[in-house]
Ligand binder design. Sequence first.
Ligand SMILES: Cc1ncc(COP(=O)(O)O)c(C=O)c1O
Length: 400
Amino acid sequence: MPFLSDTLSRVKPSPTIAVTNKARELKAAGKDVIGLGAGEPDFDTPQNIKDAAKAAIDAGETKYTAVDGIPPLKDAICAKLKRDNGLTYEPAQVSVGTGGKQILYNALMATLNPGDEVIIPAPYWVSYPDMVLLAGGTPVAVECGIENSFKMTAEQLEAAITPKTKWLIFNSPSNPTGAGYSWDELKGLTEVLMRHPHVWVMTDDMYEHLVYDVFEFCTPAQVEPGLYDRTLTCNGVSKAYAMTGWRIGYAAGPVELIAAMRKVQSQSTSNPCSVSQFAALEALNGPQDFLAPNNETFVRRRNLVVEMLNAAEGIACPTPEGAFYVYPSVAGCIGKTSAGGTVIADDEAFASALLEEEGVAVVFGAAFGLSPNFRVSYATSDEALKEACTRIQRFCAGLS
Ligand SMILES: Cc1ncc(COP(=O)(O)O)c(C=O)c1O
């Protein structure tokens, strides 16, 4: 009898965490490495949020709470969804978990049966397919190429839907591409979903506030109110509020689904950290004025990286609407040999030679389900980005 479960054998460890660890190891061994793999802002959590957490500790808010969130936080989430997205939810329709990750996982655990299919536009956030597999479902990846800015078309969605489809996982702006769907683009998808009433939408709005230039964020239940009863709107404080370590995510949706998710959470982790919930309460209710300057910094970095990567031989880098990632294609480098003698057979070989020869850590595209590309996280200093892109340019110039 094998000790480990069959389910686990279908799941791979997170490649993004693997790259971050590898870069950390090389750094610790004295190598000059620039890590562009991390999926978190380099800003500190705003002071008012930290103060709220300290006050919560001093006030003795250090005990178990209601499983899926303290009432004031649920109220704040309802207010946020109204304010930012024009969506009306009651606290009973809201669930708070340990990060956006647990929220998505709870929803999949609560709803998937063997054979159930989940449509995942690729490139995707690395955890989606594995979470679906852990929950016993079948991920159905749909490749959305660079020619349509990595966005799914209505035709692609229509073609992917079968009688077994339970969910579409939708993520805009996207990790790993930064691509954001405009209202009209999203409307194209929601029109398809309106024709298939058995398909639910799990929308991961984690990067909602990290949008640039004239782009305006929108979310499925807002674009098509007819989907309200089969949409789970997921979000969290990790990215916009620089709170990745606090571990608070949330979702709003139909009461029965939220109750089912609560059941999963009650038998796994119980409530998310009490102190973090008070911090998240301040994040949502407190001043939002730090978002604009943070976004100015992100836009500046995005523009710098896009320009420098496009100047590298063999790389094509679209300009995304949001998040803090770009997803350049290395199609022009495939088949060449690096200065260090590595044949660039695919994007994994590209990323690994780049790390070995130039000390730049990026995540290869195959990890996100669309090749040949790599993901750069530009949530790091301008100096580090300039140096990293200079090294990438040198690496590409050395290919022959
Ligand atoms: C698209 C997307 N969804 C969800 C998450 C998870 O967020 P959290 O750290 O709140 O679990 C991430 C984090 O990288 C993400 O990129």
